[in-house]
Write a protein that binds this ligand. Structure first.
Ligand code: NAG
Ligand code: NAG
Length: 368
């Protein structure tokens, strides 16, 4: 279809209408979005670092609008991208991307870095990654930069009204406690004590985000870590979910929800919202066919049993239709699985979202 930009009366009228709407728009046009955490939500920060935790070569990004790798650990969009899409905003850019400057900063920023956890010693094998303390430092630096752009008061308002997503915890098990047999942390702590330690450290991280002005923070739990293709390949006998990692998730997630609600009562407001990503994943893992997947055990991209060994690289097996696989690579969901997860974040009842879902957050704020 050819689009002609001649000054036909209809085109002129349309331009006038658009112009009228544009001049009515408020100064900060839409809700900003900030993202913290690990590879499930990294939009490409690790591309700028010397690290082995990266997704910047094909076939990553094969279904992304550009069909190129971006650093996202997905065949296409990831969870923050789909949340932005649902809010009607542009996707958040990686904070280390030099193109993120000027007015683009008002959209928000993504500080996440693949490989990180709650603890500083998680992911050390990936060398140079942005640990959560540093992600928060960058967020402070971001606020200084935005203050230079729109002033302190408006920056404060932007941060107060923003949506925040933080995804941490999985790597503290997979890439720390259970990384090798007799890991340092597993010799130091029993699993229940380790979980308690993680929760107490996580609480400090979240409190810091509050102190920096965030007021609407979605916090995801860990998925069913024992059911990902990588763990099926390494730890399971007959394709059942690996027991030790499932036990870890079943200890961590309920305590996380409890910690968030205790923080909320301390703050006197529902700042932190728990997203039960464990239950969201379990739906399509226990009945993949009901969700249009042919399998939830075999990764689309990988090699070895369940395509679960090693990394997804240009030499890996690659499925022709990514939409029928729940897992894109040995650890990360496909775009279609991410869409199912975001749908529950938006509209799920309190089995999935506690104390409220994202559509209630958005409805509540548009009334005030
Ligand atoms: C992690 O490292 C940062 C920066 O060095 C430090 O401030 C923080 O206390 C450390 N966290 C833990 C749990 O040791
Ligand atoms: C989202 O949460 C609101 C408030 O708890 C609830 O009324 C609504 O039913 C939820 N959405 C869905 C689709 O369940």
């Amino acid at each position: 279809m050819a689009i002609s930009f001649s000054y036909s009366p209809a085109w002129l009228l349309l331009s006038l209408i658009l112009l009228a709407f544009a001049s009515m728009a408020p100064q900060v046009e839409s809700r900003a979005f900030f993202v913290f955490g690990d590879s499930l939500v990294d939009n490409g920060n690790n591309n700028y670092l010397i690290t082995s935790a990266r997704a910047d070569s094909p076939p990553y990004g094969i279904d992304y609008p550009t069909h190129r790798p971006t650093g996202r650990f997905s065949n296409g969009l990831n969870i923050p991208d789909i949340i932005s899409e649902q809010m009607g905003t542009e996707p958040t850019m990686a904070y280390l991307n030099p193109m993120l400057k000027g007015e683009k900063l008002l959209v928000g920023a993504n500080f996440a870095s693949a490989g990180v956890g709650i603890l500083n010693d998680t992911g050390i094998q990936f060398l140079n990654i942005i640990r959560i303390g540093k992600q928060i430092e960058y967020f402070q630096q971001y606020q200084t930069r935005v203050t230079g752009l729109i002033g302190a008061e408006q920056t404060q308002a932007l941060v107060n009204q923003a949506l925040v997503l933080i995804t941490l915890g999985g790597n503290d098990f997979v890439n720390n406690y259970y990384l090798v047999p007799f890991s340092a942390r597993s010799r130091q702590f029993s699993l229940p004590d380790y979980v308690q330690y993680l929760i107490s450290e996580y609480r400090k991280v979240l409190r810091k985000l509050y102190d920096l002005g965030t007021r609407k923070v979605l916090v995801t739990g860990t998925g069913p870590m024992g059911c990902v293709p990588a763990e099926l390949a390494q730890r399971s006998r007959a394709g059942e979910c690996a027991v030790d990692l499932m036990r870890a998730a079943s200890l961590f997630n309920p305590q996380l929800t409890e910690m968030l609600s205790s923080l909320n009562s301390e703050l006197g407001a529902d700042v932190f919202v728990a997203a039960n990503t464990f239950a969201m994943h379990m739906d399509f893992i226990s009945d993949p066919q009901a969700y249009g997947f042919i399998t939830s055990k075999i990764a689309c991209c990988g090699q070895g049993p369940y395509n679960g060994i090693g990394l997804c690289t240009p030499l890996s097996n690659l499925c022709p239709n990514r939409d029928v696989y729940a897992f894109w690579d040995p650890f990360h969901p496909s775009e279609r699985a991410n869409r199912i997860i975001v749908q529950q974040i938006l509209t799920g009842d309190n089995k999935y979202m506690n104390p409220m879902n994202l559509s209630s957050i958005m409805a509540m704020d548009s009334r005030t």
